[in-house]
Design a protein. Structure first.
Length: 159
């Protein structure tokens, strides 16, 4: 339950099924097929991706996937178990992603999320992301997305 110490751990292929279950609990149904255990395991094994787990006590409370591209980092997945929202799990995961991207020499972080996801957008805006476009019919069910970008450089203008 909320209140126990949070640990961030690198994922191993054996964690893929548990993360896929967390996705089913924590994300809209339109996104479940995109994040099955096989795809998550591939991301864990990829040298260009990293998957981090947020663990409180022995419970998986959140996960994030970052893809390290040539010129920027892509936050491909950020999911927090509903019982652990609004207590800093998402912020801790995002901080880890930002540090990973910066360490890799990438100073732009982008993500896409459902345009109707008000809570997700508010979270991103609170973490200095800026909207950089809309993607109509981005998801398989025709749902629109917004593209958000954050400049990770210290003392820089927004991306």
């Amino acid at each position: 339950m909320p209140g126990t110490a949070l640990r961030l751990l690198p994922a191993k292929p054996a964690h893929a099924a548990a993360v896929a279950q967390l996705v089913r609990i924590g994300l809209p149904a339109s996104q479940h097929p995109r994040w099955d255990a096989a795809r998550l395991a591939r991301r864990i094994r990829s040298p260009n991706s990293a998957l981090v787990l947020a663990v409180s006590d022995r419970y998986l409370t959140g996960a994030a996937v970052v893809d390290l591209l040539t010129d920027q980092a892509q936050l491909s997945l950020l999911v927090v178990h509903p019982q652990y929202r609004r207590i800093g799990v998402g912020s801790a995961l995002l901080g880890w992603v930002e540090t990973t991207a910066s360490t890799a020499g990438l100073f732009t972080l982008q993500l896409k999320l459902e345009a109707s996801n008000g809570a997700g957008r508010a979270f991103c805006f609170a973490h200095q992301f800026r909207e950089r476009g809309r993607l109509p019919s981005f998801y398989a069910d025709g749902t629109a997305a917004v593209r958000l970008v954050r400049d990770l450089r210290v003392n820089s203008e927004p991306a």
